[in-house]
Design a protein around this ligand. Structure first.
Ligand code: ATP
Ligand code: MG
Length: 476
């Protein structure tokens, strides 16, 4: 006999197990109340989730019902008055607790709207196993001129993936520049989106520190509006830039930050200006030793500095790793305005080789023993390459071509945001500072000293001694 199952009037083919939910009759009122409760619960969730819209709306509604138009208008007017008073009275706290958080929320909403399209067009969306996975936009923090967007990367992505498409992202989000910085956690990247340019204005000469702090010399301004402090201890500084890019202003900013040390004797500046003293000549009294015409004198100066470095290194051997400057053993900074003149264009081969040899010693041994080099160069081709890696601090001002950036600053630096070739001609003194071991270039504008300000500084702080081997001031 064939087996036939009949369930609720339907004939069902026989099977091992047949399951049907039980059929329960409930009264209409019960169903209606259940739906109502569900709808109300959803409404509460929405009201709470979008509290920043619903709470003010409720408040204004209540005010309107209670007091008519005067209610909401009065509240808005007094809130505006309080905000204005706070903003004018104490701007930092207003921005910290009021302005920036509100702006951040607004910007986050704006970035969210474009996020999907931006990630897909920049090829940051990852397709895997028929799914598309997007990097997650987590947080947006606003500050003057910059939005910092915290992004959780997709598994397998690295911050450099974002750095490579930084320019594309900048266009997509309508900002001046995007910089990708590794976050505190390994799966997080911080995108810095720069809007206006806080470095558009010339930076005035900064106050001279009474005692120079060799680990933090105030020389200019950063993109976030803070001062930029250059570390001199333990490093050598190379400045590269096309003609008119402001190499002089980097030199004078550093000299100015050390000026009080020159007066007290804690610092000795040795100046080499192979262009005949055009750049450094105005401030010649700042230099303990100065050479501008005679290449032999320049060579001897570099050799002498190398000897000092070697002697100090031998003396300090095994005692300390960082020399502390004193008036007897001052910090020596050899300032060279056009390095290529000494290392490349010089026709006297023997002299050139001597300079190169001494420079290599000076650069490699001097940094721990307080003998530093601050060298500027215009032509970033191979002349500097043998020396580039001996300069742990490299500053790239405006450069002619994109290819020069990595050549000067180091592999991958242009991708990481050092767009030296994009610095416009009308922003001299703007450049990117790269420090060995730090993956992110820092955009900085160096302070600008006019010729008169340089002369004034030299007059106030200088103690001229030797020029081209001639003792001038009797002070040596
Ligand atoms: N930090 C700065 N801020 C504003 N203006 C600057 C700054 N630095 C330089 N300038 C302007 O740019 C001009 C050229 O600067 P500077 O002579 O320092 O360039 P340079 O790189 O030394 O060029 P060169 O290779 O021809 O010597 C200056 O005369 C000045 O007007
Ligand atoms: Mg110059």
């Amino acid at each position: 006999m064939p087996l036939v199952n009949v369930i609720r009037g339907d004939r069902i083919d026989p099977a091992l197990i047949n399951v049907r939910t039980p059929f329960i009759r409930i009264p209409l009122w019960l169903a209606l109340s259940w739906w109502t409760i569900k709808a109300l619960a959803r409404l509460v969730v929405v009201l709470v989730r979008f509290w920043y819209v619903t709470a003010p709306a409720a408040l204004f509604g209540w005010l309107y019902l209670r007091y008519g138009w005067v209610g909401p208008v009065g509240v808005v007017a007094s809130a505006a008055a309080v905000a204005a008073g706070w903003g004018f009275g104490h701007r930092p706290s207003f921005l910290r607790f009021g302005g920036w958080p509100i702006l951040s929320r607004f910007r986050r909403w704006r970035y969210r709207r474009n996020w999907h399209a931006a990630m897909v067009t920049a090829r940051l969306a990852v397709s895997f196993d028929h799914h598309t996975v997007l990097p997650v936009l987590r947080k947006v923090r606003c500050a003057a001129g910059v939005d910092v967007v915290t992004v959780r990367m997709v598994t397998g992505q690295i911050p450099d993936d974002f750095a490579k498409v930084a320019e594309r992202l900048a266009h997509t989000f309508g900002v001046r520049q995007v910089k990708a910085v590794p976050g505190a956690r390994p799966d997080v990247v911080l995108l810095h989106l720069f809007r206006g340019d806080p470095l558009a204005k010339t930076v005035r000469p900064l106050p001279v520190p009474a005692v120079p702090e060799f680990t933090a010399l105030p020389v200019g301004r950063c993109e976030d509006g803070d001062g930029y402090d250059l570390r001199l201890f333990g490093t050598q500084v190379l400045v590269v830039g096309a003609t008119g890019s402001g190499k002089g202003s980097v030199i004078w900013s550093v000299v100015r930050s050390l000026a009080a040390g020159v007066t007290s004797g804690l610092v000795q500046l040795w100046g080499l200006d192979p262009k005949g003293g055009m750049e450094l000549g105005m401030g010649a009294p700042m230099f303990a030793r100065f050479a501008r015409k005679d290449y032999t004198a320049m060579c001897e100066l570099v050799e002498e500095a190398a000897t000092v470095a070697k002697d100090r290194a031998a003396k300090l051997y095994g005692r300390t790793r960082q020399h502390t400057p004193t008036p007897d053993e001052p910090l020596i900074v050899v300032v060279i305005d056009e390095l290529a003149n000494l290392t490349a264009y010089l026709t006297d081969r023997q002299l050139k080789d001597r300079i190169k040899a001494a420079l290599s010693i000076l650069l490699s041994q001097g940094r721990a023993v307080g003998v530093h080099v601050l060298a500027a160069i215009q032509d970033p081709r191979k002349e500097v390459l043998p020396f580039r890696d001996l300069f742990p601090t490299r500053i790239g001002l405006r450069l002619a071509e994109a290819a020069q950036v990595d050549l000067v600053l180091g592999e991958g630096m242009r991708d990481r945001g050092a767009l030296c070739d994009r610095i416009p001609q009308n922003l001299p003194g703007v450049g990117f500072v790269v420090i060995d071991g730090d993956p992110t270039p820092m955009r900085v504008r160096f302070s600008y000293l006019t010729d008169d300000e340089i002369r004034d500084m030299a007059h106030t702080y200088g103690r001229l001694r030797v020029i081209d081997g001639e003792i001038l001031d009797g002070a040596a």
